[in-house]
Design a binder for this molecule. Sequence first.
Ligand SMILES: [Zn+2]
Length: 610
Amino acid sequence: MRHLIAGLALSTSALALAGCVDARSAQEAAQAEPTAADAAAFLDRVETTYSEVGEEAARISWVKATNITYDTNWLEARMAAELTEMAVEFANEAARFDGLDLPEDQKRKLALLKQGITLPAPTTAGAAEELAQITTRLDSTYSTGTIDFRGDTVPQNRTEVLMRELRDPAALETVWTEWRKVSKPMKDDYVRMVEIANAGAEELGYDDLGQMWRSGYDMDPDEFAAEVDRLWGQVKPLYEQLHCTVRSSLNEAYGDEIAPLDQPIRADILGNMWAQSWAALYGDIVRPANPDAAPVDIQALLERAEATPLDMVRTAEGFFTSLGFEPLPETFYERSQITKPEGREVVCHASAWNLDSKDDVRIKMCTEVNADDFVTVHHELGHNFYQRAYNIQPTLFQSGANDGFHEAIGDMIALSITPEYLVQIGLLEQDEVPAAEGDIDLLMQQALSKVAFLPFGLLVDKWRWEVFSGELSPEEYNSGWWDLREEYQGIRPPAERPADAFDPGAKYHVPGNTPYMRYFLAHILQFQFYKAACDQIGWEGPLHRCSFYNSKEVGERLDAMLEAGQSQPWPDTLELFTGSRELDASAVLDYFEPLMRHLEDENEGRSCGW
Ligand SMILES: [Zn+2]
């Protein structure tokens, strides 16, 4: 969740003038019946336009993200509006070629153009403008939202810290509830936005916007919905065991009043504003199983080696070159923002970029020497190596095989930061490799973040699909949200929610209109990729101890998957690396197998579930 997909710039890039010219030529072309030659010419024009203006858009965004001023904000906002308008025009134009007999690659490009828009506006006069105003308002309501807490005005990013650090249930309830007052006024805008975007999706030939989002996965949209349910079914038993143990730990810390053992868990005591990661509970609430066999302390190792942020980046690059990938270009080091610069405001949220869709790859981080950032650097470079690998593809194919793949590549690499790997890169001595007993705590830390996330990752878009299809009426938006939160996550609000609340809006990706299923997929795929790599090197030990560092064989197959970009249906690309055409969550179970056994022991005699 830490990067800007370079394809974003590509799939939505435009110059103001180019936009006007294209709009006119589209109307003229619409007069006559389109031919296969028209389709080819149209695609040529789209790809030329995108490769030219995509670079400008990316450079504007880079300048803004690394130097936030009134003017750079202005430039980026103007560019974003132009990009959206152009993408909508291209999508509508692409729909004109439906039903023509065209070569596969052209058909795929036209489909990508139609599906590439998150929020389509209908061609009705004024609709695109109204949609843009609503989305800008939703976005700024969220990002400028503050709460009153203990006499202070607290901005959004600080509320997250409070949710992580506070241990007083009354205070937690206040912060949690106050933040949901910020989203309440979004409701009317959101309802209207759904109407407009649904009309836009219908014009493009979809039943509703949810079906349009689901159609981006190279399979029937209903089949895709069944696929994610199947994956959830695979991991649910593990989630239920984790839920049971954590509820029990919360009960010990807070008692029956706050954390009763026979109910869903109160959403505000899990250490996160949305209960999507429970990692903050590790230590004082979820206590180490083996306090004497502590997992490797990466920060201490980095400090011992006197590593700098630059050293951390070089180390992560070394992981990829050990697999046989070319080193990063010198411009990467000249142009990246590796640490927080002095004297100007920047976006510190880590991201990976490809500015020219060729070799101008960079990261933008405010790296500090700690374990989280060590993992993040590996993760971000995963994006960069992916971007560079698919730069051989035509512009419209320069993206992840599907939107889950891009996040999963970086995380697969990060999973490979094992004690053995740390020995290989000289941060840890062989006789310091911890005994296997300590692994339960390592796995618990991983599960509190990666397993706890799964039902949340699934339900955000399940809710939106119900909203877009009309299955939930606006009056039911909030109750429908909580039905899913209880069913999948096993959590409940700290107190009954007011009828006019709009709690989904309290999560950035809802007012920000970022599809969310990609994160669920990435949390499954990263383990599937990781296991495939470990199978390729013939690893026979516990899966979580495997590192495929130095394996040229893995590198070759990985490169084949990355190079393909989104040029073909993702099952074909998945097969290149894993040998399988199916998404499969069984690697999650393999990875956490020792923890699962431990949790089942711990939970014996407890009444699990909700
Ligand atoms: Zn990422």
